[in-house]
Design a protein around this ligand. Structure first.
Ligand SMILES: Cc1cc2nc3c(=O)[nH]c(=O)nc-3n(C[C@H](O)[C@H](O)[C@H](O)COP(=O)(O)OP(=O)(O)OC[C@H]3O[C@@H](n4cnc5c(N)ncnc54)[C@H](O)[C@@H]3O)c2cc1C
Length: 287
C-alpha cells in the first residue's frame, strides 16, 4: 500500500487528483477497521492528518465552517454552544478514544445510514463543502447521501468542511441502541427548532437506505406549534409529529432491530425530543 502524506490542502487535492483510487484516512476509526478485517485493500492511503487547514473551525458569514478533520471531542468541548445538536450526537459516538480520533468528515466519508453526525446536520440544513483541483462546490447534506455508504463525492474530491448555522433555538438528538455507549444506532433522531423562522428541522438515522429528513413532520410542526403564545405542547400534536416522522423512514429488518421496532422507536424519539425542545423554548433554556 502506497502511503501519501500531504502537508497542505493544495497538496492533498493534487494527490487525490493524481491517485483517485487512494483512500483518504483521517481519524482512521472506520478505515483501519476495514483494513484490519481485510475488507479493503486500497492501492494507496491518503493521510489527511498533517493537513492543518482541515482541523480548523471558524465563522464564515452566517454559518460556522467546521473543517472535515475536527474531532468529536473538539465539537463537544468547543462547539456545544453554537451547535448543540451536533455536540449531543458527538457525545454518543463510541468511546473517548473514538471521539478523540473520529471526525465529522470521516462520518460523512463513510456515508453510513447509521452515522451519528448525520441527523443533526440534516436537521440544521448544513452544507457539505467538497473540493478538488477542479474547484469547490457546496452540497446540502440532504443531497449528499445517495445510497447505503454512497455519496455524491467524486473520485478526485475530498470533503473540506461542513457549513452549519449556529443554533437559533433548542436542538435535540436521541439514539436507540442496545446499550448506552459504544453502540451503532438502531435508529436515531435529531430535531432543531428555529423560532425566528418558525421552522423545524429533522434528521432520521439508521432507518432508511440513507439518513433522511422528515419533511411532512417539519411542515406540520411549523404550522401547529404555538410559537407566539409559547403555550404548552399539545400531546395530539406531539403524537402526530411522531407518526409523520415514523412515516418518513423506510427501515429494514436486520440484526440490530426490526423495521416495526424502528418505526415505533422513531415515533417515541420524535415525540420525546419535541417535548424536551419545546420545554426549553417555552422556559428560555438554551437547549
Ligand atoms: C469502536 C468504534 C465505535 C464507533 N462508534 C460510532 C458511533 O457511536 N457513531 C458513529 O457514527 N460512528 C461510530 N464509529 C465509526 C467511526 O468512528 C465514525 O464514522 C467516524 O466519524 C469516522 O471518522 P474518521 O475520521 O475516523 O474516519 P476515517 O476512518 O479516517 O475515514 C472514514 C471514511 O471517510 C473517508 N474520509 C475521511 N476523511 C475524508 C475527507 N476529508 N474527504 C473525503 N473522504 C474522507 C475515508 O476514506 C473513509 O472512507 C465507531 C467506530 C469504532 C471503531
Amino acid at each position: 500500500v502506497e502511503f501519501l502524506s500531504p502537508r497542505t490542502w493544495a497538496e492533498a487535492l493534487a494527490a487525490k487528483s493524481a491517485h483517485p483510487d487512494a483512500v483518504p484516512i483521517c481519524g482512521g476509526t472506520d478505515v483501519m477497521v476495514e483494513l484490519n478485517f481485510d475488507r479493503r485493500r486500497p492501492p494507496a492511503l491518503l493521510d489527511l492528518t498533517r493537513v492543518g487547514e482541515l482541523s480548523d473551525w471558524a465563522t464564515d458569514g452566517d454559518r460556522l465552517r467546521v473543517g472535515a478533520g475536527v474531532s468529536y471531542r473538539r465539537i463537544i468541548e468547543e462547539l456545544a454552544g453554537p451547535l448543540p445538536g451536533l455536540a449531543m450526537a458527538a457525545r454518543t459516538v463510541g468511546s473517548p478514544q473514538i471521539r478523540n480520533r473520529g471526525t465529522v468528515g470521516g462520518n460523512l466519508g463513510s456515508a453510513s445510514p447509521a452515522g451519528d453526525a448525520h441527523p443533526p446536520l440534516l436537521s440544521t440544513g448544513a452544507l457539505v463543502e467538497l473540493a478538488s483541483v477542479r474547484g469547490t462546490r457546496t452540497v446540502p447534506v440532504a443531497e449528499f447521501f445517495v445510497g447505503p455508504r454512497h455519496s455524491v463525492l467524486a473520485p478526485d474530491e475530498l470533503i473540506a468542511a461542513v457549513l452549519v448555522e449556529p443554533a437559533a433555538g433548542p436542538q435535540q438528538f436521541a439514539k436507540v441502541g442496545t446499550r448506552n455507549a459504544m453502540v451503532i444506532a438502531v435508529c436515531s433522531f435529531a430535531l432543531a427548532l428555529d423560532p425566528r423562522r418558525r421552522s423545524v428541522g429533522t434528521g432520521i438515522g439508521s432507518a432508511a437506505p440513507t439518513p433522511v429528513r422528515a419533511g411532512e413532520a417539519e411542515r406540520f410542526l411549523a404550522g401547529e406549534l404555538p410559537w407566539e403564545s409559547r403555550a404548552a405542547l399539545d400531546p395530539v400534536v406531539a403524537r402526530q409529529a411522531g407518526v409523520l416522522v415514523a412515516g418518513a423512514a423506510a427501515p429494514i429488518d436486520d440484526v440490530r432491530g426490526s423495521a416495526a421496532y424502528r418505526r415505533h422507536a422513531l415515533r417515541v424519539l420524535a415525540a420525546r425530543t419535541l417535548a424536551w425542545a419545546w420545554h426549553a423554548y417555552r422556559t428560555g433554556a438554551s437547549t
